[in-house]
Write a protein that binds this ligand. Structure first.
Ligand code: MN
Ligand code: MN
Length: 464
């Protein structure tokens, strides 16, 4: 008789996957790698997601007067977030299965009036967005992605630095020969925020009377290529991001390195999971939000009423007599996976993690019961019952998973959209991919973890 296993161990089981499952892992991750190499901003992620949704039979929610089980709809929030739903057989009051990720990532945003010239070099001024280590953003190729909104309502898309033939941009840093003082400074003070200026050009326009001839030449190029003037930049949103594609990492190709995997890795896996949903019992909803990296504020962030408003519409369109109680019941009876990345233990900096409660690369989807800092402050702290429910779903469906805490007690901390979802009276737990070098321009994720996260979300939709 086999002895019952009573100990628990967190393990990397990549080598134990069947050949066909391994194939699935690598094929899925190649799709993912290509997707995030292109969709680098929340607007682009949203646009490319809509394309995938449309080609998989989803239609705009506003096109449907009524909804019935099996219908697939989506709604876009101001071009920067979206909600996709597959209507279930059970009424909305029974609650939904929600997977919510954010699609904004740390970056440099252009200031509203960004263009200037100094000592014959033209620059864009930036204001960084989210928690970055500023020194990581100097001396590497950068691309600009964004839109200019014009008075007549049209939008001009601007993407430079992605095509092989495009120029790229850069934030300079001091040569070591003259950096004696800088090198003795604290890491968080060595690169001042106002020095994160993006280099743009160095040729004067041929107007002899121009006061700032290099700047003017840049304006002429912008005008020629995009038909915009300097004032149009005031109503633009342009983001500066790493110019390189995501790549396979490691001789065994076990990892993917790339920009903005926090949290596009969970955004993409959640999206792929909802694309496959057919006739679920409970309505399955995929939510992609903006502004998580700056506190989930704003009309496109998780603290906005947008999510509730769309849920109200789903309730109203699936039932004959809509009432407010229907929406309240729907929210109360729902379960949410807050789809966000966790920190993987980095052997080079193992001292910040507590090994027994840390997530490890390629050990599977990471459930994070609580985030917060200094005594779990600010954490929504998922209930044990919800952890048990997820355990069951994952274990019964061969989803590799692990538990992870964000670093040692009192060393730091973080937060996700979980706390705002919990405020809606919903059960919620963080579930996503553990990363190395989180918030850096080249974050690293394990391929098994990426695939298992997708599989985990899919099984959650199917089995709950
Ligand atoms: Mn995140
Ligand atoms: Mn983050």
């Amino acid at each position: 008789m086999e002895k019952e296993k009573i100990t628990y161990e967190n393990k990397n089981n990549f080598h134990k996957l069947s050949e066909s499952e391994k194939k699935n892992v690598f094929a899925f991750c190649e799709d993912y790698r290509q997707f995030i190499s292109k969709a680098k901003t929340e607007r682009e992620f949203c646009e490319d997601s809509c394309r995938l949704l449309e080609s998989n039979g989803f239609v705009p929610l506003e096109d449907k007067k009524t909804l019935k089980a099996g219908d697939k709809v989506y709604a876009v929030n101001r071009g920067k977030g979206l909600i996709a739903a597959v209507i279930g057989k059970q009424p909305m009051e029974d609650g939904i299965n929600l997977v919510g990720a954010h699609i904004d990532s740390p970056r440099l945003d252009l200031k509203p009036n960004p263009l200037y010239e100094d000592q014959g070099i033209a620059f864009f001024k930036t204001h960084y967005y989210g928690g970055i280590k500023k020194y990581q953003w100097t001396t590497m190729p950068l691309a600009i992605h964004g839109i200019a909104a014009l008075e007549d309502g049209t939008q001009i898309k601007i993407v430079v630095g992605e095509k092989e033939s495009d120029p790229v941009f850069c934030v300079t840093d001091l040569l070591p020969h003259l950096a004696q003082k800088q090198m003795a400074q604290k890491m968080n003070e060595a690169i001042p925020g106002e020095n994160l200026n993006v280099i743009l050009g160095n040729i004067e326009c041929d107007d002899e009377d121009a006061k700032e001839a290099v700047k003017e030449n840049i304006l002429r190029i912008l005008h020629e290529n995009y038909d915009i003037r300097e004032e149009d930049l005031l109503s633009s949103e342009i983001e500066v991001v790493p110019a390189f594609d995501a790549r396979d990492v490691g001789l065994d190709r076990s990892m993917i390195g790339g920009y903005g995997q926090d949290d596009r890795v969970c955004g993409y896996t959640a999206l792929r999971a909802i694309l496959e949903m057919k006739n679920p019992d409970k309505t399955a909803v995929c939510l992609l939000v903006d502004k998580e990296e700056v506190g989930s504020m704003g009309a496109t962030g998780m603290q906005s009423r947008y999510f509730e408003n769309i849920m109200a519409k789903l309730c109203a369109k699936t039932a004959k007599n809509y009432s407010d109680l229907m929406l309240r019941d729907c929210l109360s009876n729902s379960t949410c996976l807050s789809a966000d990345v966790g920190a993987a233990l980095d052997p080079n900096y193992a001292e910040v993690s507590e090994k027994r409660n840390s997530a490890f690369l390629n050990c599977g989807l990471v459930l994070t019961k609580y985030t917060g800092a200094r005594g779990k402050s600010g954490a929504s702290d998922a209930g044990a019952e919800l952890v048990a429910k997820m355990r069951k779903i994952f274990n019964e469906n061969q989803v590799e998973w692990q538990m992870g805490e964000l670093g040692k007690v009192d060393l730091g901390g973080g937060g996700t959209i979980a706390q705002f979802v919990a405020n809606l009276d919903m059960d919620v737990i963080d579930a996503g991919v553990p990363l190395l070098s989180m918030h850096s321009p080249f974050e690293i994720a394990g391929k098994l973890d990426i695939y298992m996260t997708y599989k985990g979300y899919r099984e959650f939709y199917r089995n709950n």
